[in-house]
Design a protein around this ligand. Sequence first.
Ligand code: UDP
Length: 241
Amino acid sequence: MPAGKPKYRRVVLKISGEGFCPSGQSGIDQQQLQSIARQIADVVNLGVQTAVVVGGGNFIRGATIAQQAQLQPATAHYMGMLATVLNGLALQDTLEAMDIATRLQSAINISAVCEPFIRRRCIRHLEKERTVILSAGTGNPFVTTDTCAALRATEIGADALLKATKVDGVFDKDPVAHPDAKRFDRLSYDDVIDRRLKVMDVSAIDLCQQHGVPIVVFNLAEPGNMKRVVMGEQVGTLVND
Ligand code: UDP
């Protein structure tokens, strides 16, 4: 681990719901939760202002549940957003047990357990070294928490969007199915969009491109990786320019 100052002063970390449970399962797994929280705590203790956008796919994905239960798509997407709040609550509790001060904000008002998402308030918490967990996505149906992460990173002036995955970055093909898949160290936003690489939704990439927010795609399942990323080590894939 290099000595010195972190490369990024303020980051948005996007954790998909699948990060909260073992592969192929659903719900929340205590070990995964602890390991996520430990990585966040390490970075926060370096003084990096950290906002975390949580997904909800370990409980519900709007498009899937709409089909399965024959619900109106908008209703199903709202269910998906509420699912992210469950992950947010679990992460908040786990971080606080590690002495990390947190605030849980939600884009849908759930006043008994979360603050509303208010941009300036979120920034103020970060300045006061509180980790802000952002739940309920954008509060609007038909988009994903990836788009939410790009939006929040842009509006709170984050230096980078850290997209956590279960593989080591962006590959030319699925590395799980193809052992010969090649990992990219660096890509441009246009590369990602033109080659249809599975990084984040096109709308998320587009927003980051428009506002010059670099994206680092990295494996959060590897202990110490988030700290390596914020210290500027070559980890995963950097998408910029
Ligand atoms: N969702 C939404 N609006 C948002 C964010 C999320 O409607 O701004 C819904 C959408 O149905 C999505 C679900 O919430 O499928 C869970 O979020 P997501 O799929 O992004 O979670 P992840 O894949 O990151 O676990």
